[in-house]
Every structure is written in structure tokens, then in C-alpha cells.
Design a protein around this ligand. Sequence first.
Ligand SMILES: [Zn+2]
Length: 265
Amino acid sequence: MFRRWLGGGIVVAGVAAVCWPGHPARALRAPAKRALVLTQTAGFRHSSIPVAAAQVASMGEISGGWQVTARADTAAEVAEAITARRLKDVDLVFFVNTTGNLAFTPEGKKAFYDWVGAGGAVVGIHSASDTFHGDPDYLNLVRGEFMTHGAQVKVTVYNQDPRHPACRYLRASFEIYDEIYEFKNWSRDRVHMLLSMKKHPQRDLEGDFPVAWTNRVGQGRMFYTSLGHREDIYDNTTYLAHLQGGVEWALGLKPGDDTPGNPIR
Ligand SMILES: [Zn+2]
């Protein structure tokens, strides 16, 4: 079921077309970037975590852009994975529906933010913003803190940067059914907005409501999407095109504007 996403498969076919017969396409590609997947939860644990973690691994493998080389699900595994030594072998850290305070040691925390500042890629999915509440370093990275959500709901989402890899294959607006987050400590001026809503997900209220964005910290790149609560969203081709492009931008594989405060469209 994780092989349905063929966005990367098209790229593979394109490369293969210029190869001579029998020559593996993979040999012509740059080596895949190495990804660490964190799924530790110190609060609510989403039932979609196994599906989400398998999908991000599958997408990397199919596109050839990244390879999940390590995964940390428990506090002990996270403490072991987030060290200066281990992060030397990592290009990208996924926060896949993590919640609460993860088990970063004080040395590990320093190593992680040094790694980000030196060019590390961070991808936060859904409750990645419900992680490390009140931690100024994490807030400076993710630039938005989960506040609350209502019942799962179908919302209209607006594409805020159609040229960005995370939005390029999305329509100007589209509907999606998910658990929709509301944020605190968030400002459009401090992020590069990718997806947003023009209406409050629950109340009859117009405004600018964030859904997905990017941020730069030093040389590091952070892509965050608040979508990703439900299992079935990891089978939704619109969502997967968004996620794939966001990861590729974070890894520097595809360029995209990162100017903060891009206007509402
Ligand atoms: Zn959720």
C-alpha cells in the first residue's frame, strides 16, 4: 500500500530513458541523503505513526532522494540517536507525529541545534508542533506552537506559493479532511507560508489561518505541515505531492523561495 505514490517513479523513468539498456538508473543519481525518523511521544500517540513512518521511508526510496537510515521510537532510542557523533551521519530529521518533550539529553540538544545551523534539514509532520512546548530553541526552528483542534473537518486550503516544490503540484485551492490545528506563537511575518486557510476550521470566522510553512535557521531548513493526523491522508496524492516537495526543499534537492512574510493569495 505504500508503493502507490509514483511521483518519484516518474523521475526514475525519466532517468532510465537516457540510460543504455540494462544499466541501472540508480548508478547515475547522487547518493541518497540519510534520514533519521523520530516518532517518540511523551503525550498523545497518533495511531497513524506506523503508516506515516513507512510512507516517508517509501517515498525516499522510490524517488531516490533520501533513505531512512535510522528510526527512534522510544525515549532511549531518541537519546541515543541525537548525539553529535550520530548526527554526523544524518542529513534530515523527520519529526513524525512526535508529542511532548522528547528525550534529547542536554548535550544532544546542543548537538541537534548545531547540526541544524550548519545545514541540517528538519521536516515536521502534524503534531511535530505539539512537541517541546515552551522550548525557545524548538519554537525558533518550527515557528509555531500547537494550541488546539476541534473535530475532524473538511476544510479548503489555499496554495500560498505555487512555485515552491511543496506546492507546485497542488491546485490554487483544494479541500482536505483532517484534524486541523490552531496555533499560538505564530506569525506570517516570521515564516514562508505554503498553505493556509481563509476561514477558521470550526467557527464562522474569516482570517489567515496557517497550515504549512518553511523556516530557515542558519544554514538549516525546516519544512512543517500541520496535515497528517489520519492514516488515510498518507494515501492522498495531493498530500503526498506536498510532503515529497517539502522534503526535497528541506534537503536542498529542489529550490524554493524562503522569504518570510509572503503575502496572502
Ligand atoms: Zn492529530
